[in-house]
Design a protein around this ligand. Structure first.
Ligand code: 6R9
Length: 652
């Protein structure tokens, strides 16, 4: 292995640059060396029940202590089942008797530039009141409330108020359509929708309440709709059904002691698209999830009491649930929340926010990083980012080229990058560098967290030799794991626990390198089989993105008579001309980076790539296009596919 501090990428297939944490960083970390990590990992592996049981007793408040840590009847897990706790208590009340009482829990910045700060005490007050509003509307433990809101503090308040009294929240991302909201309302049999009149995105007003009105026409189970006034756009209010947040809050007091809730009380459902058909309502429960997100937040982000932590996700996704709200707040952190777009009013908005709040920890996504690269370094150069100590990435694999930019340009070569691999289903981070201990490699999520035991298996469910790719599975239950798909036990079993008996199927492919580092190779269906050789989409994409003119790339397989599958790539450029000469140059580049096998058979230049609303490239759609199922007249029409993609993702 080579130790390096920067420089060029030789080949993305053999990425072996290693970036150890500085002595200064490690010295101040709780898990400050490989030896500490390995000891912790070994301890958890040797006796998982003792490991998690001890942590649960230390980290959560128990009204009634549990006596049994885990009951595991595959695929059904129960953690700490005979104990009672309360997630909202652990996030709020637990801090009120400490020095954190007056600490900022949420720092909020609206897109137009308005700001708010909520201390733990103030957040507790608001949450208690809103929990009383929920009670006054007749909501009880086990009822479902849909939350469809912009990124305002009231979104977190609504989530925590539900959690406080055992109401199950189902947050629907504010960009989804009325159809998608109605589907989710109906699947979950939601009784209440919590929304806002509007929200701001790239300077435009999003009329959320109008969309909810359309959804409610098709949501017979919903009795009420509470509307938070954010934008002042005066939406229509249906008498008897629609209620203003501020009017309801004025009618209740702030006395709402946290009730004792059983550990396995449903905390939330979050819909995620599967490989087929309708979205799955992934169900998480109180205690196990709470413990898992608290510990993983502390481990991975190495949180220190005065840190300002910023996760740029939206609360409509699992990342927002686990690492804006529940993880940071139960750890007593200051969590920054930003309402709007990264390029409003200008492309330097993120860097401006980091400078203004002196952010120490930034957690964002590769899709954003690639956009920043495309927009240009001059936006970054305008700002002082010296407060940053740690950088994080989530959502998809990060191309080594983007990793290097993030490391050098944003982190100034001094901040470790935690590339965190996990899923809606896993509740929290599963594999990631522990930044004070594990040296990073660009593009690798490195090692599993303590208590997580990954396996990589071939089609016959046998472990693959080290270095080879295969299905990534988990051989043991962990506290943050999903407890099911809402209302569909059979689909839960089939989807996650039937392909490999007794193991959790992640749906991703992965390989482990000679140092035992894990490399996620994309979804199982994203693997391209060229002449019997497996190629991962991410490897081809990383090769393309390492070319100076390429902004983003998506690789898919298309049927080919000779090779089985051929490689088709869709490329957006940050400069240069979409010419035949560039096509040839990119092919040569991929040949150099990976080898002849990976040379794309087809390169299509396009202005934009179709993405899901969480920023994932929609490879399935591109596969159809590459296979000729839809004709692509010229490059500019892919814009239309973006729209199509959005519609489809709503339908899923
Ligand atoms: C947290 C989140 C999960 C899928 C997952 C994988 C991809 C997420 C990744 C990553 C490579 C990473 N993914 N993080 N791939 N490296 N660091 O994104 O949850 O929306 O459910 O997506 O995203 O394919 O299976 P979710």
């Amino acid at each position: 292995m080579r130790l390096m501090s920067g420089g060029q990428i030789d080949t993305v297939m053999q990425e072996d640059r290693l970036f150890p944490p500085s002595a200064e960083f490690s010295g101040a970390s709780v898990i400050g060396s490989m030896a500490v990590y390995e000891a912790l990992y070994a301890e958890a592996k040797a006796n998982p029940e003792k490991f998690w049981g001890d942590l649960a007793r230390e980290e959560l408040h128990w009204f009634k202590p549990f006596t049994k840590t885990l009951s595991w009847k595959s695929p059904n897990a129960e953690w700490f089942a005979d104990g009672t706790t309360n997630v909202s208590y652990n996030c709020l009340d637990a801090h009120l008797s400490t020095h954190r009482r007056n600490k900022a829990a949420i720092l909020w910045e609206g897109e137009p530039g308005d700001t708010r700060t909520l201390t733990y005490q103030q957040l507790h007050h608001e949450v208690c009141k809103f929990a009383n509003v929920l009670k006054s509307l007749g909501l009880e433990k086990g009822d479902v409330a849909t939350i469809y809101m912009p990124m305002v503090p009231e979104l977190a308040i609504a989530m925590l108020a539900c959690a406080r009294i055992g109401v199950v929240h189902s947050v629907v991302f504010g960009g989804f359509s009325a159809e998608a909201i109605a589907d989710r309302n109906n699947d979950a049999r939601a009784k209440l929708v919590i929304t806002a009149d509007g929200g701001w995105r790239r300077g435009k007003l999003l009329t959320l309440k109008a969309t909810v009105d359309e959804a409610l026409a098709k949501s017979p189970t919903v009795k009420h709709c509470v509307v938070y006034e954010r934008a002042g756009n005066k939406p229509a209010m249906t008498a008897g059904r629609d209620l203003w947040w501020h009017e309801q809050m004025a009618q209740v007091n702030a006395n709402c002691p946290a009730p004792e809730l059983e550990s396995e009380t449903s905390l939330f459902i979050l819909y995620t698209s599967g490989s087929t058909g309708k979205p799955k309502g992934i169900r998480h429960t109180a205690a196990g999830y709470n413990l898992y997100v608290k510990k993983t937040f502390q481990w991975v982000f190495d949180y220190r009491d005065n840190d300002i932590y910023w996760c740029t996700a939206d609360c409509g996704w699992i990342t927002g649930h686990s690492y804006i709200v529940y993880g940071p707040l139960s750890a007593g952190a200051t969590s920054l929340m930003y309402e709007g777009a990264p390029n409003w009013p200008a492309e330097d908005r993120f860097w401006e926010i980091i400078e203004k709040y002196r952010v120490n920890i930034l957690y964002t996504a590769p899709t954003a990083i690639r956009a920043f690269i495309k927009w240009g370094d001059h936006h970054v150069d305008k700002h002082d980012l010296s407060s940053l100590r740690l950088l994080g990435s989530v959502g998809e694999g990060i191309n080594p080229e983007a990793w290097m930019w993030y490391y050098n340009k944003i982190g100034g070569g001094r901040c470790p990058i935690v590339d965190t691999w996990w899923q809606t289903e896993t509740g929290g981070i599963m594999m990631s560098p522990l930044p004070g201990a594990i040296a990073t490699k660009p593009g690798s999520c490195t090692k599993p967290l303590p208590g997580i035991i990954p396996t990589i298996l071939d089609e016959n469910c046998q472990p693959v030799p080290q270095g080879q790719g295969g299905m990534l599975c988990m051989s043991h239950p962990w506290p943050g794991m999903l407890r099911g798909i809402w209302g569909d036990d059979e689909r839960y079993r089939l989807q996650y626990w039937s392909r490999v008996p007794g193991q959790y199927l992640t749906g991703d492919n992965a390989r482990q390198d000679k140092d035992g580092y894990y490399w996620i190779m994309g979804r199982i269906d994203d693997v391209i089989n060229v002449s019997g050789h497996r190629l991962s989409t991410i490897e081809v994409e990383s090769a393309l993105v390492s070319h100076p003119l390429v902004a983003e790339a998506a690789a898919v397989g298309r049927p080919d008579d000779l090779k089985g599958q051929a490689v088709a790539v869709f490329v957006t450029l940050k400069g240069g001309e979409a010419t035949e000469a560039l096509r040839a140059e990119l092919k040569a580049h991929v040949r150099k980076e990976i080898g002849a096998l990976a040379v794309p058979d087809e390169i299509r230049f396009t202005n934009t790539l179709p993405k899901t609303r969480s920023g994932k490239i929609m490879r399935r759609l591109l596969r159809d296009i590459a296979a000729g199922k839809e004709t692509l007249q010229d490059t500019s029409t892919l814009e239309d596919y973006t729209v199509l993609a959005k519609i489809r993702s709503d339908e899923e």
